[in-house]
Design a protein around this ligand. Structure first.
Ligand code: BV8
Length: 238
């Protein structure tokens, strides 16, 4: 661990952290771009994580999310997730955690007020604006479940490509980027926007934690070639 970066963390009053799928890799959640095991390896993201795909093939897309949900339910947060949660507990108000991940592992590690830019895979919502008859608890079981009266479908409460991010979370993330004096960018390839753009609008120094090159390396003041579970405990220890 470079002493210089370690010094930046010590000195930072406001730290913003942006995480991606690599944050959960050591918990056993395949990343999106990881060729061998990557969920996307068989499918182009735009094939599955879009409203069009869901309307065209609702059961295929629903089953893909059901598969991911089952896998995520079996894994545990790793030492990287825990180091971020512990740091925030030790230094209230000093760290803003922004994630692209829908797996909920930051929250399960004890992180609070997580800005989940792309939603949460564990939650459902109605595909079309719900009518008086649409009661999720009474939805007919199926792939996906649906409203018996009007046929409205339940869908995962995640942000699909081409859909806007949750406004409050995005605004809070942009504010955190503008106000930070250090941004840790952990486990992201930096190709999906507007999330990746936060690293380019960071007012603070940008430190990347990633074992491999990413699209944001050019925006970094330091690049740490290592993993989230290895490096975050070292970076955030007192
Ligand atoms: C929108 C939820 C507008 C669903 C996801 C500007 C330029 C270009 C394109 C665009 C642009 N602006 C918008 C776009 C279009 C699009 C986009 O970005 N396309 C990309 C593909 C080019 N963006 C959108 O569509 C966004 N919406 O723009 O709406 C709008 C506005 C108003 C009104 C209407 C519309 C919505 C984007 C969100 C899509 N949803 N997820 C689901 O999960 O099913 S994105 C999803 O993919 C993830 O959430 C994540 O964001 C992304 C995957 O990226 P990463 O997390 O970085 O993962 P990846 O596998 O790629 O990389 C892992 C990294 O970890 C690697 O670098 C690896 O080396 C590293 N690693 C591996 N192991 C470890 C590790 N690091 C540390 N430790 C380890 N152990």
């Amino acid at each position: 661990m470079s002493d210089e970066v370690w010094g930046w963390v010590r000195a930072a009053k406001r730290i913003a952290v942006l995480t991606g799928a690599g944050m959960s890799a050591e918990s056993g959640v395949p990343t999106f771009r990881d060729a061998q095991t990557g969920l996307w390896a068989k499918f182009d993201p735009s094939q599955l994580a879009t409203e069009e795909a869901f309307r065209a093939k609702p059961s295929m897309v629903w089953d893909w999310y059901a598969f991911r949900r089952e896998m995520i339910a079996k894994v545990e947060p790793n030492a990287g997730h825990k180091a971020l949660a512990d740091f925030a507990l030790r230094y209230p108000g000093r760290l803003t955690l922004i994630t692209q991940n829908v797996d909920g592992l930051h929250q399960r590690a004890g992180s609070r007020h997580v800005l989940a830019l792309h939603g949460n895979i564990a939650d459902d919502k109605w595909l079309d604006p719900p009518k008086a008859c649409c009661n999720a608890a009474a939805a007919v079981a199926g792939s996906p479940p649906y409203c018996e009266r009007c046929g409205n479908l339940l869908r995962p409460d995640v942000v699909w490509f081409g859909e806007p991010l949750p406004l409050r979370a995005l605004a809070a993330a942009e504010e955190a980027a503008r106000a930070c004096d250090l941004m840790l960018v952990v486990g992201t390839s930096g190709v999906v926007y507007p999330a990746a753009g936060l690293a380019r609008t960071s007012a603070g120094k940008v430190v990347i934690v990633n074992p491999h090159p990413s699209d944001l390396d050019d925006a970094a003041d330091a690049v740490l070639r290592g993993t989230a579970a290895q490096l975050l405990p070292q970076l955030l220890e007192d």
